[in-house]
Ligand binder design. Sequence first.
Ligand code: 0X9
Ligand code: ZN
Length: 766
Amino acid sequence: MLRFASRTVVLVSVVLAAASWAQVGLVPESTPQQDPRRRVDGHQLVEVRVNTQSQLDALLGLAESVWSENIGLGLLDVQLPPGAVEKLPELGIPHRILHDDVQSLIDAEWAEIQRRNTLRDISWYENYHNYTNVINYLNTLAAAHPTLATVEIAGQSIEGRNIPVIRITAPGDASARPVVFINGTQHAREWISTKVVMYIAESLLTGYGSDTRVTDLLNECEVIIAPIVNPDGFVYTWTNYRLWRKNRRGGYGVDLNRNWSVGWGGAGSDGFTSSEVYRGTAPFSEPETDAIRSFVESDGRVVAAIDYHSYSQLILWPWSYDYLDPPADELARFTDVAYAMRQEILNAGGVPYSPQPSYDLYLAAGVASDWFYGAANAFAYTIELRDDGFYGFELPPSQILPTCQENWPAFLYFAEQAIRPVVISIPGGAPATASTDQPTVFNVTISDAASSYEPGTGMLHYRVGSSSFTSAPLTSLGGGLFQAALPSAPCGSSIDFYITADSTDGRTVSLPSAGPDAPFTATAVEITIAFEDNMESGTGAWIAGVAGDTATTGQWELANPQGTAAQPEDDHSNPGTMCWVTGALAGSSLGTYDVDNGATTLITPRLDASPAQADGIDAWLVYYRWYSNDQGAAPNSDSMPIEISNDDGATWTQLELVTENLNRWERREFNIADFVTPTDQIRVRFVARDLSPGSIVEAAIDDVRLELRGCACAPADMNCDGELNFFDVLIFLDLFSASDPAADFNNDGEFNFFDVLIFLDMFSNG
Ligand code: 0X9
Ligand code: ZN
C-alpha cells in the first residue's frame, strides 16, 4: 500500500520578470578563482569486448567508470586510468581506444563553453549553463507566461539546494487534468537532459495559443517538469569533477537512479558506497528522490512520465529491475508509442533512437521509471539522449539544440498519446497502393492500456477521389488487433482514408490525428502477381546456405516451426504451416537452436521485375518477417540485413536492417525501383547472423510476393487508346446509364452524381 505523504508546496517568488531571453542567456558563468576541478589526465576512453564474467569483474576492478549503458557481457565503453589499458591483453579482453585522453575532451568542452559565453545572439540552447543560470532561466520563463506556468520547489537536496519544478497548463481549473511528468539530471554529468526538458517547457509555453496541438494538449493536461533533480551533483560537475554521476551524500554519493523503491536492492545496484551504482541505505533514503516521490504522490494526477538521461539514444520501457514485461496490452502500447517516438525524432531530422525494454540493456533495480510505472501507475519511459558514444557525456554545445529539436516532437506525441485513452496504429504502415479489383486489407491495432476503448467504435473512413467520406467498422481479430479494408477503385484514382476509435468517456481518437483534414492516401493500381510463394510446396529454387556462411547452428530451413519465446509457433500463411526459419526446433533452451557463431543466408529464386521498366508500372516486393534478438546474455547486439540484387546476386543493396523485436509477423513492402533498377535478375537475401556471443537470434520468412502494380490506361481513358477525348465521355455515359460496374467510380454499388464527378475529375486531370 502506498503511503501518500502530504507536503506543503512552497511557491517561489518569481524574479527577473522583465528580463529578455537573450539577457538571461548571457549571464556569465562563475569561474572559480582557483580552479579546484579534478583532472583525469591520461585517462582513456576504451571500447572493450568482455566475453566472460571473470573478465568483466577484472575490468570493473581496473576501470575508473563505465560510460556505456550496458554493464554486462558484450561491448562496453569504459574510462580507464593511465596504465590500465596495457593490462587488457593479458586478461584476453580485445579493445579499441576511442579517446586517448579524457581530460582533453573535458578541456575542449570547457573552452567551448567559455567561448560561447562571449558570443552574442546565441540562444540559451546553444550553450550549457550552471545551476544558478538554469534556475534563473526557469523563473524567467514562468514570469513571461504567468497564466500558463508556476514554479514550485519540490524539496531540497542534501546540501540544501532547491529542487524546482515548473507546472505548465492552460488557464482555468486544472485540478481534474491528468499530469505528464518529466525530469532531467538525476545523473549529474548528463547535462543534455536538463537542456532537453527546459526546451520542452519553453516550446509548450510559446506554442500555447499559436500551435493547435500544443494548445489542445495544455487544455487537456498539465505538464510538470523538474529540470534538475540532483542539484548538488550537478553543481559538483561544474566546480569539481565533470564526470560525477551520483548525489553528494557523504562525499561518496548515492546513485539516485538506484534509490527508488520498486525493485530496490536488486540486480545492477550496489551496497558499497564507492560504487557508481550505490543504492543508498534504503529506498528514498535520499532527499532528492524522496522530494520527487512525495511531490508526485501528493499531486496524485500523474499518468505518464519520462526520466531523461544520456547517452546512447535509447527509448526504454519497464521493467528495468528484472527480465519481465508488462501485460500484453500495455507492452503493445509501450512498443507502439516508442517506435512512433523514434519516427518523430527521425522526421524532425534527428538521429536514430532505439526502442527496447529496459532490461535488454542490463538489469537496474530501483530506477525512477520502474517506480513511476509500478508504484505511481504511470506510462513511463527512460530516454537516453545523444550521442552514441563518440563524445559520451561531453556532448558538444553545438549538439544541444539539435538534440532538443529532435526530442520536442517525440515528447509532444508521447504526451498526446499518454493522456488520450486509446492509441491507434498501423503496424505495417498505411498502405500506399490499393487494388482495382479487390479490397486492400491491412491490420490496425487499438491499444487500450487504460481499458477505455469503447468496443465496436473502431472505424475506417475512406473516400475515392474527391467524394465524401464513407465509414466502415473495423473487423476485430482479437487482442487489440483489427482489420481494415480499402475498397477497390478505378486504376489511378486516389483513396483518402483515416481511422478513428472512441473512448468510453466519449472522446474520438483519430489516426492520422487530423483525420479528414490530413488523411492517408493510397493510389489504386492494377496488381499482377508475378511471383508468390507461401512456402507450403517445397523449397523450389530457394537457396538456403551459401559459401561463406559461418553459423554453426540455426541455419535457415523450410519447416513447421516449434514455438519458443523467440520464434513463432505458427507460420504466417493461412491456411498453411510452413515457413523459412532459422532452426525450427525448440530444443531444451532458447539457445539450443538459435543462430550461433556467425551468419546464415537465405536467397529467393530469381524474380522477373522487368515489366516495371515500362511507364506507370512498379514492381513491389512483399514479405512477412519475424525477428527476435532481445533475449539471452547480450540482447540486441545483432541485426538482420535484408538485401536486394538486380544482377542475379553479383551485387547487393540493402532494403532494411532489421532490429525490431516485435515477436510477431511483420509485413513489409518495398518498391524495387527505390533501391535498384528492376530487371529480370532480381534476388533478395535474408542474412540472419549472430556476431555477438551470448545473443539469441531467431528469424523467419513467409509469404513472399512480387507484385506488378500500375495502370495500363489512365482511369478516364475508357477505350484505353492513350487519349482522353469525347469518345471516352460517350463510353462512360453509356456504361453509366446501363449501370455497368465499370462506371461505378467510387465502387459504392450506386450510380449517381459522385461517379460522374470522379470521372470528370480524372478526365480533366489526365
Ligand atoms: O543506469 C541508469 O541509471 C540509466 N543509464 S545511465 O547511463 N544514464 O546511467 C538507465 C536506467 C534504465 N534502466 C535500465 N537500463 N535497466
Ligand atoms: Zn543517467
